[in-house]
Design a protein around this ligand. Structure first.
Ligand SMILES: NC(=O)C1=CN([C@@H]2O[C@H](COP(=O)(O)OP(=O)(O)OC[C@H]3O[C@@H](n4cnc5c(N)ncnc54)[C@H](O)[C@@H]3O)[C@@H](O)[C@H]2O)C=CC1
Ligand SMILES: O=C(O)[C@@H]1CCC=N1
Length: 266
């Protein structure tokens, strides 16, 4: 009998599935569903898991992970609500959707854990934040913590922080990729071949992230190390300040937080 059902096998569904298998989960213990049959076929062939329709998958699972777009979650919950076992654990990776809203849509007491993961989980460097709903026990929260640990780091946060978490680590990879794209274009603008510019930027991003984590030093201190008085970095950072880049990041993060709040319908 399959113990874990992943409903919605898109980007994040596959990310979780692949991570669990890398962490030595048995493919026989996982069932996936997707409303696109060709997507199910692809994952069955690639990972050796089984695929089913939503109701059958939920019927044979003790843990049900929902990984559809927030806008599709209502229909999915309406479909599976009647077949979710009384003692099942429902895990939602959907941005913005509160545990209270899921409990209310299921219509009876159900254990729900809300998770905000991110795509670096594809290389086991994910950052996930988890929060338990009204009926989730500490054992169930610990179970989800261990599930997500397969693909990176996990923190437990009060649910009131989830919209901010979504704006920082959930969407965060996109901001950093945007910076990477901009820097690559900057290099090309200065005449560097695109492949050279790309290699310089990607390794600089990777090395800087490593430096931050390995030294534990404050980013301001690390930035000051690069910034010679009257030098090139000081000139560049002044230009970034003149263009309001820091303020733009603050505003962007607030926009993501506000969008997450809207997705919860509250
Ligand atoms: N992509 C990302 O970086 C992150 C996504 N999330 C959350 O993960 C969730 C999924 O996002 P993605 O994987 O990016 O989306 P996606 O569009 O790649 O995947 C969603 C999948 O769900 C399937 N689906 C939709 N309705 C269904 C139903 N009723 N039954 C079965 N399958 C159904 C779709 O066919 C699709 O394959 C979203 O709620 C999003 O907020 C959270 C953190 C990061
Ligand atoms: O853009 C989104 O809504 C999802 C949630 C966090 C990252 N991607």
């Amino acid at each position: 009998m399959s113990r874990l059902a992943i409903l919605g096998a898109g980007v994040m569904g596959e990310t979780l599935l692949a991570g669990l298998l890398r962490a030595d989960w048995d493919a026989a213990d996982i069932v996936v569903t997707d409303r696109r049959p060709e997507r199910c076929t692809e994952l069955v062939e690639r990972y050796g898991v089984s695929a089913a329709d939503n109701a059958s998958a939920v019927g044979e699972a003790s843990t049900v992970v929902v990984v559809v777009k927030p806008q599709d979650l209502g229909d999915l919950l309406a479909e599976i609500g009647p077949v979710v076992a009384e003692d099942a654990l429902l895990v939602s990776l959907c941005a913005g959707v509160t545990t209270a809203s899921i409990e209310q849509q299921i219509g009876r007491p159900v254990a729900v854990v809300r998770v905000m993961p991110n795509t670096p989980a594809q290389v086991d460097e994910g950052m996930a934040a988890i929060s338990g709903g009204a009926h989730a026990s500490s054992e169930q929260l610990a179970h989800v913590h261990s599930l997500l640990s397969a693909t990176g780091r996990v923190v437990t946060v009060p649910e009131k922080y989830q919209d901010a978490v979504t704006a920082i680590s959930g969407s965060g990879p996109a901001y950093l990729f945007y910076v990477v794209e901009s820097m690559i274009e900057g290099g090309v603008q200065l005449g560097l071949p695109r492949d050279v510019s790309t290699e310089l930027v990607v390794q600089t991003m990777f090395g800087s992230a490593h430096l931050l984590r390995e030294t534990g030093r404050h980013p301001t201190e690390l930035r000051e190390m690069v910034t010679s008085p009257g030098g090139t970095t000081a000139a560049a950072v002044r230009t970034l300040e003149n263009h309001g880049v820091r303020a733009a990041f603050m505003a962007a993060i607030e926009s993501a937080r506000d969008r997450s709040r809207l997705l919860s319908g509250g």
